[in-house]
Write a protein that binds this ligand. Structure first.
Ligand SMILES: [Zn+2]
Length: 314
């Protein structure tokens, strides 16, 4: 009763604020009836208040649970990375112009010594993959968490020929599970093929984790697939020798031209030695063993000859 306000109305009758007005208690009625009516109304008021409190509590609970569960749901669209530094850029058209000069000879092109000197680095070709086979790098994962991994370089081998790999990447693959690519491929003769622009995410290592100096690193950008290193990886593949086009654990290895080109390519990056890894090392599917027969000592000794590597951490 104490919580119910009562006030006189015209004619000396009583009513109670709010919902009680519908009781319409009029003058002259039995006082006990009036009290009973008021008690009933107060009781109903309490029930309504309790229902409101329970409802409000439920609402707060649902909102709280929703907020807690938020990381499990797809967040707002992932934000693409617009540009990168520290990775080899695609060569400009000028750099890719064949450095061949027509000489007086009737049938063939020759490379004058001066032109050869002008070409820095190995022979380079841009053969971009079909856009279905690569995607954006993202600044957030599917949970909406910011991701700021430094780049890693992941080394692979083609198993087939360079040409068959390039043909595969240039073929549109609408289904997510069929999409594959590397950023760069190095042929047996040392030719560097640029396949995916460095600012884009190549699909080189599906289910993968990089166990680096900062602990395990992996990023989930697709709710339908396990997390992977692709969001922060620069994928480079070496063309497999003829005796390696099988699933044996070893083959005759890579050419000197391939090691030279690989060192030249990665010398242009800011990726430290400790973040240069292999597909086998990052793979979590238990099925990848590439690049087989890779001589990492031989590669790193070439890489460290580049002055650009001097200031990088090991
Ligand atoms: Zn691989």
């Amino acid at each position: 009763m104490s919580s119910v306000k009562q006030r006189p109305i015209l004619g000396g009758c009583f009513t109670v604020e709010g919902r009680l007005s519908r009781f319409n208690i009029s003058c002259g009625e039995n006082q006990s009836m009036l009290v009973l009516g008021v008690e009933n109304v107060v009781e109903r008021g309490n029930i309504v208040a309790r229902r409101w409190i329970v409802g409000l509590f439920g609402f707060v609970l649902i909102v709280g649970i929703s907020l807690c569960m938020r990381p499990m749901q797809a967040a707002s669209p992932l934000q693409p990375v617009l540009g990168v530094t520290g990775l080899p850029p695609l060569p400009t058209e000028l750099e890719l112009t064949p450095l061949k000069v027509l000489e007086t000879g009737p049938t063939d092109f020759k490379l004058p010594a001066a032109t050869l000197m002008a070409q820095s680095g190995p022979h380079q070709v841009t053969v971009l993959a079909d856009p279905t086979n690569y995607g954006d790098r993202f600044t957030t994962d599917i949970y909406g968490q910011a991701v700021q991994n430094q780049f890693i370089a992941v080394l692979h081998e083609t198993v087939g020929s360079a040409q068959s790999a390039i043909n595969l990447f240039r073929t549109p693959h609408p289904r997510d599970e069929d999409q594959v690519s590397y950023h760069t491929l190095i042929g047996r003769d040392g030719t560097v093929y640029y396949i995916v622009p460095p600012e884009k995410r190549a699909f080189g290592a599906g289910n993968s984790v990089f166990n680096g100096p900062n602990g395990p690193e992996t990023v989930r950008t697709n709710p339908d697939f396990p997390p992977s290193v692709n969001n922060f990886a620069y994928h480079v593949s070496l063309e497999t020798p003829g005796d390696g086009i099988n699933n044996r654990r070893h083959h005759s290895g890579y050419t000197q031209a391939q090691y030279d080109s690989l060192a030249w390519l990665l010398a242009q990056t800011t990726i430290p030695d400790s973040r240069i890894t292999t597909h086998q090392a990052v793979d979590r599917s238990g099925t990848r063993i590439d690049p087989r027969s890779f001589d990492s000592q031989r590669f790193f000794s070439l890489l460290r000859h580049y002055p650009t590597r001097a200031g990088l951490p090991g």
